[in-house]
Design a protein around this ligand. Structure first.
Ligand SMILES: [Mn+2]
Length: 294
């Protein structure tokens, strides 16, 4: 049985639990947009977790908004869906809330719902720290083998022992080193428009990488961020929008907003790939909407 998930901390927690309960012998890692765009072939019987629904799958666990851009599950699908802090929370509930996973699920919930303190962003520890090393937007590279390796380790030993593995430590060190540069680049490429901070990485050839919450420590006045960078598909610009995790007053449901542009997401964060020629007008539209909503 194959598990299809997203290579972040939520995906890792789902994989850890599901491979304990189901005969999972293969894991495929994909971005949610690949399910939305149907560019990834979901096979009959696949278990989908932490990704939008796909009609071919045998089982599905997810917590994102059900929006126009994705297919809706039938009422009797196998698995669990709800607006929840993480997909891991739903997997955990589905299999009876085993105590072995309590801390994992609690910390994954905090990380995936971005219920983080400034300390969690600047001096992360435990699962939150591991989460940042896994986060593709942190930009440490080589994410898929790293995900598979972390999964393997967490099956065998406690988190403390995994965090001191050389491969993990190397990523932690690189992450702290790059944060300083990243803050400087963020400050150069961002401007405040009312309650919105807009960061434009299109002017930079290679998209700089770093902790995706640092923007909110730099612009505490903003309650929402808009980021534009070159898409994985070179004909598009990826627009990512997220509520500030410190100033939680933004009223826009981001997943619904982004689904209008062919993307999707959660209440607090989402993204959409936009054709290059439409990017500027779309960005203006999104910023206007976020300013109107307050
Ligand atoms: Mn998730």
């Amino acid at each position: 049985m194959r598990l299809v998930t997203r290579p972040d901390l939520d995906g890792l927690a789902c994989a850890l639990m599901l491979s304990d309960y189901e005969p999972i012998d293969e894991i495929a890692l994909v971005h949610p947009q690949e399910i939305t765009d149907k560019t990834f072939a979901v096979q009959p019987g696949d278990v989908l977790a932490n990704l939008p629904y796909h009609p071919a799958c045998g089982m599905w666990f997810d917590h994102r908004l059900l929006t126009e851009s994705n297919e809706k599950p039938p009422p009797d699908f196998h698995g669990r869906w709800r607006e929840a802090p993480s997909a891991a929370q739903l997997v955990w509930e589905h299999y009876g809330k085993d105590e072995r996973w309590t801390e994992l699920v609690h910390e994954t919930n905090r990380f995936d719902a971005a219920e983080l303190s400034e300390d969690d962003v600047l001096r992360p520890q435990g699962y939150v720290l591991l989460g940042f090393t896994l986060d593709p937007s942190t930009g440490l590279g080589n994410d898929e083998p790293y995900f598979q390796q972390c999964l393997e380790w967490l099956r065998q030993r406690p988190l403390d022992e995994v965090l001191v593995e050389e491969l993990v430590r190397d990523r932690i060190i690189r992450m702290f080193e790059q944060n300083e540069d990243f803050c400087w680049t963020l400050a150069q490429c961002s401007r405040l428009a009312g309650n919105v901070v807009f960061t434009d990485f299109r002017q930079i050839k290679e998209t700089p990488a770093g902790n995706r919450f640092l923007i909110y420590t730099l612009f505490p006045e903003a309650n929402v961020s808009v980021l534009a960078r070159w898409g994985y598909d070179p004909a598009t610009v990826m627009i990512r929008v997220g509520h500030s995790i410190f100033n939680r007053s933004c009223k826009t449901r981001i997943g619904e907003l982004m689904s209008r542009y062919g993307g999707g997401g959660h209440v607090g964060a989402g993204s959409a790939p936009v054709p290059i020629m439409e990017a500027d007008s779309t960005i203006v539209e999104i910023i206007d909407r976020l300013r109107e909503d307050g």
